[in-house]
Design a protein around this ligand. Structure first.
Ligand SMILES: Cc1cc2nc3c(=O)[nH]c(=O)nc-3n(C[C@H](O)[C@H](O)[C@H](O)COP(=O)(O)OP(=O)(O)OC[C@H]3O[C@@H](n4cnc5c(N)ncnc54)[C@H](O)[C@@H]3O)c2cc1C
Length: 512
């Protein structure tokens, strides 16, 4: 008898042990589960709701938006506003530019689907209440594709109701008003599979409670892996310490979850290279704004290494900097400082510091940083002294300065062919130096997808029920971020989110 009860007891204990987590686990059911409430995730949520689906969006942070809270404008070709004001950027031109820029390493079918949908997406945004203020360029002087989002009527209540934050606000409200659920501080942790299909996601809420969300389809939209040091080291080998701008909690969750269920990855080494700068400084900081003007940059050995006007398309400046080890010193003299303060800067910093802005706050910003003695800025009355402070061989720095001064005098840069208008001498003391390091606006590689945003396995076969979008998906780039067509990453995030939702609804049998 003892043995019998013992066996029953053991069986009960086993049943209890197996049942407890299941009982403790909260369960929710939906049509589409979306992991990440940033640009791509919220666009997918709006599109899925418009198609008649039930939607649950998981968000790791206490608020929605992700990097989408920082961007300004989105790409489109052949939009109504472009046509209305005579901007001629055809879909065919844009597609070819993307593909040629990537040397056809990008996923052609995906790029085509994105470009072809882009103009209609501007109409879609307009219908939702997201208006375009103007159409600008990505890189200085590039094609006009960057549809900058206008302030919304809620600007009085919410001072951030402009640019992409306006769009995030509109998406968020739409989702909540139309029956969608957004679970904040509730990260997705793993995908649930059944017979090779993705049928849901496990999440963890603020209290640590596990939630099982059963879904007909799952969209992964967690915004890449910029904050995951291990993944950066593994994938972004040429410069893993590149400083992330506007990235919080980008731990590669979506990519890792997808990989765990067999998804293949693509383009993992490419980051959205940004203007060189320093960590902890606002993008509009005037000390940085002067340093990144296209004048005279040298390596820690004191050698000039690039045409500084590569900053016009900052991925180029980022690549050149990474190539020489990742540290540059921007050196300028007092005449250049005076020029920037009194006449204004020549190279704009996007919407942050416009061309012609007089850097009247430069002095304060520079002197504050100088007093901190952190090795970021330097000032000297001679080039020899500056070289000493920078730990450079004065002969090398002096030779570089002389070459620069000769180029400025002859109006010809025999070293790197920089346009004459950006040739300025380094001759009037005092001399200033600012350290600059590579920065980026997010990672660009991720889950390999089809043109329908379906995640594929290592054989290229779609994993049923799994979609990856925005910066959780790879395939839009070659080895470098493409700034030729402004608004590419946010534009791709929105369009891929919409494409994923449309196809997920077809897959789930909700639409045809
Ligand atoms: C300063 C700045 C300016 C920019 N300007 C432009 C511009 O003008 N034009 C342009 O095209 N691009 C621009 N970009 C880039 C653009 O904003 C991004 O490429 C785009 O927003 C990425 O969208 P996403 O949906 O992939 O990621 P995000 O918008 O970052 O969304 C990802 C979301 O997933 C959440 N998340 C992470 N892990 C989990 C998890 N486990 N569970 C649930 N949620 C999770 C995150 O918290 C986040 O909310 C800019 C970026 C920066 C930083």
């Amino acid at each position: 008898m003892k043995g019998f009860f013992g066996k029953i007891g053991l069986a009960l204990a086993l049943v209890t042990a197996m049942a407890v987590p299941a009982l403790a686990e909260k369960t929710m059911d939906t049509d589409v589960a979306i992991i990440g409430a940033g640009t791509s995730g919220l666009a997918a949520a709006v599109q899925a709701l418009q198609g008649g689906a039930k939607v649950i969006v998981l968000e790791k942070q206490p608020k929605v938006g992700g990097t989408g809270s920082f961007c300004e404008g989105v790409f489109a070709a052949e939009s109504k506003i472009q046509k209305r004001i005579g901007i001629d950027v055809s879909k065919s031109f844009a597609f070819k530019l993307i593909m040629n820029y990537s040397h056809w390493k990008a996923n052609g079918a995906l790029a085509k689907a994105f470009v072809d949908k882009s103009a209609e997406t501007i109409d879609w945004l307009d219908d939702l209440g997201v208006k375009i203020e103007y159409v600008g360029v990505g890189g200085f002087g590039g094609p006009l594709t960057w549809h900058v989002i206008a302030p919304g009527p809620d600007l009085v209540k919410d001072p951030r109701d402009f640019h992409c934050q306006r769009m995030i606000n509109v998406f968020n409200k739409y989702v909540l008003d139309h029956g969608g659920k957004i679970l904040l501080e509730t990260p997705g942790t793993e995908l649930i599979t059944e017979n090779g299909k993705v049928v849901g996601v496990v999440a963890k809420d603020k209290s640590g409670e596990k939630i099982r969300i059963n879904a007909k389809a799952v969209v992964v939209a967690t915004g890449g892996f910029a904050n995951n040091k291990e993944m950066m080291k593994k994938y972004v080998k040429d410069y893993p310490d590149v400083i992330p701008v506007g990235q919080i909690g980008k731990d590669g969750d979506g990519i890792r979850m997808s990989e765990a269920v067999g998804a293949s990855l693509e383009g993992m080494s490419t980051v959205q290279a940004y203007r060189p700068g320093l960590a902890g400084f606002h993008p509009a900081d005037q000390m940085i704004a002067l340093a990144v003007q296209p004048y005279f940059w040298v390596t820690p050995r004191g050698e000039r290494y690039t045409d500084e006007s590569s900053i016009e398309y900052w991925p180029y400046a980022g690549n050149a900097l990474t190539r020489v080890g990742g540290t540059t010193y921007a050196i300028y003299d007092d005449a250049t400082r005076k020029f920037a303060v009194e006449k204004g800067i020549e190279m704009p910093l996007g919407e942050w510091v416009l061309q012609g802005t007089k850097l009247t706050k430069w002095e304060d910003a520079f002197n504050k940083e100088l007093a901190r003695k952190r090795g970021n800025v330097f000032k000297a009355n001679t080039i020899e002294d500056l070289a000493k402070q920078l730990g450079m061989d004065a002969t090398i720095l002096k030779a570089s300065v002389e070459k620069m001064n000769k180029a400025a005098a002859t109006r010809e840069d025999t070293e790197f062919n920089k346009q004459a208008k950006f040739l300025r001498p380094v001759a009037t003391p005092p001399f200033y130096a600012t350290k600059l390091l590579p920065r980026h606006l997010g990672t660009l590689g991720g889950v390999k997808v089809t043109a329908e945003a379906e995640a594929v396995n290592t054989k290229g076969v779609p994993i049923p029920g799994l979609y990856a979008v925005g910066t959780d998906s790879g395939g839009m780039y070659g080895d470098s971020y493409d700034l030729l067509l402004g608004g590419g990453t946010a534009g791709y995030a929105i369009n891929s989110g919409r494409i994923a939702a449309e196809n997920a609804l077809k897959y789930a049998g909700i639409t045809k």
